[in-house]
Ligand binder design. Structure first.
Ligand code: FAD
Length: 414
């Protein structure tokens, strides 16, 4: 009998799984379901579209013919509402029932709203889809003043969009610096200078108490917790994601701020797998559950899940050091692994645009942040993959020219 595979979500995790499934199972029935109105596009590039710098066409990755050529059924504009894991079937918003032998959930997340008054006012933008980017581009191109909230990797995209669209913007941050969980003030100062150069002013020890609106309900600004009022007819909020798992409640699939899977992308329920941003996966390098919000990691997870779905065995292991780069400034920026976790770190500033932090857990590299000089990334990621114990030699990783030969040989070679 022909196996049938159903994938919910046509982001990079779902789509890469579909591609791998077709390679590994040439005769299987494969269905991909998405509630978006368009097939896979490059989510990383939608910020460049929103800056007004890029046309729509190159952002699209797959069109209808990609699915036809591979005999993959694509269901657009279709929201999955329930799963019956015993009956091996799912139900869509229009009442259609689709049966599966094996199911992959790759539904990612939805941006979290600020829990303050008027956070749903017209002109307050959240950023995840191409549709969001179209709305942001249109509004930012005509706005005079802007406010950005959320001092992390997505918030800085909204700030850069304001800069590129000549919106006079303030970036309201709760702490003393941008991405304070991964950078010190010294490292973040490089980012702050980069923002100022783009016309975006960072404001520290701030945030939003409530948004102000006009008579038509459109946002006009925000009042921060200190009572200071800021103008903003354009607002961008990026304070995190709510994972799209509501339709899994009551199924017995283990949830914990996402879907819990092992290193094979299997959930605790037979024949149900998960991949991408929404997984709480067993990280074999870290030795504990972890989460990654990055394109490369989601792609790899989709492929790993697909291989194990076809093999019906624990064949392929997800063993990955993720990376995430920012390209808004004259200097490059890269974070890798889990830079906000760990029990120790070393860091150094080399110049006005160069800084490095390497993060450790139990003496082993688990992540880091590189600003200005990305040359050490390959070596640092190699150390993270090898899980070498570097107790007593952590400072070597701050050498401007990183030379791994300066480290003691790994134990097995001694
Ligand atoms: C603006 C922006 C910039 C980014 N920049 C970078 C970057 O520079 N580098 C990097 O590594 N990463 C970046 N990322 C993150 C990266 O895009 C994500 O990690 C990756 O796209 C996650 O892929 P995914 O397939 O897990 O989820 P998603 O891409 O979120 O796909 C999930 C899909 O499932 C659909 N869906 C959800 N629920 C249902 C349902 N019930 N029924 C049907 N369909 C459903 C959703 O609509 C969506 O299409 C960026 C993200 C954004 C938004």
């Amino acid at each position: 009998m022909t196996e049938s595979y159903v994938i919910i979500g046509d982001g990079i995790a779902g789509s890469s799984a579909a591609e791998t499934l077709r390679e590994e199972a040439p005769d299987a029935d494969i269905t991909v379901i998405t509630d978006e109105g368009e097939a896979l596009y490059n989510r990383i590039l939608i910020k460049e579209f929103a800056k007004g710098k890029m046309p729509e066409a190159p952002i699209s990755i797959h069109d209808g013919s990609w699915y036809e050529e591979r005999d993959i059924e694509l269901e657009l504009n279709t929201h999955v509402t329930t799963i019956d894991v015993d009956g091996h079937e799912i139900k869509t918003h229009s009442g259609d029932v689709i049966e599966y032998d094996k199911l992959l959930v790759a539904t990612g997340g939805t941006p979290t709203q600020l829990p303050v008054d008027n956070s749903d006012a017209e002109g307050v933008h959240h950023f995840w889809t191409f549709q969001d980017a179209r709305g942001i581009e249109e509004h930012a191109s005509e706005a005079d003043t802007g406010l950005v909230v959320g001092a992390g990797l997505l918030g800085i995209d909204l700030a850069a969009i304001c800069g590129a669209q000549d919106v006079d913007a303030k970036y309201l941050m709760r702490g003393d610096c941008w991405w304070r969980y991964a950078l010190s003030e010294e490292g973040a100062e490089i980012i702050h200078d980069g923002l100022r150069e783009k016309g975006v002013e960072p404001v520290f020890q701030s945030g939003v108490d409530h948004f102000t609106v006009d008579d038509d309900g459109a946002v006009t600004g925000a009042v921060d917790p200190n009572g200071v009022e800021y103008d903003g007819d354009f607002v961008g909020v990026a304070i995190g994601l709510n994972f799209n798992t509501e339709f899994l409640r009551g199924t017995g699939i283990e949830l914990d701020d996402g879907i819990v899977v092992d290193e094979y992308m299997q959930t605790n329920v037979e024949d149900v797998y998960a991949a991408g941003d929404l997984t709480q996966f067993h990280d074999v390098l870290l030795g504990e559950q972890a989460q990654n919000g990055s394109w490369g990691s989601a792609k790899e997870q989709g492929q790993i899940a697909a291989k194990n779905m076809v093999a019906d065995a624990e064949e392929a292991v997800f063993e990955w050091v993720s990376s995430y780069s920012i390209t808004h400034f004259d200097f490059p920026f890269l974070s890798f692994g889990h830079p906000t976790q760990g029990d120790d770190y070393v860091e150094q500033k080399y110049s006005d645009t160069e800084w490095r932090r390497v993060v450790f857990k139990d003496g082993k590299v688990i992540g880091g942040v590189l600003i200005g000089d990305l040359a050490p990334q390959t070596k640092l990621k190699k150390l993270a993959r090898e899980q070498r114990d570097l107790t007593g030699q952590k400072e070597v990783l701050l050498d401007e020219e990183l030379d791994l030969d300066r480290l003691d040989a790994p134990e097995a070679e001694q």
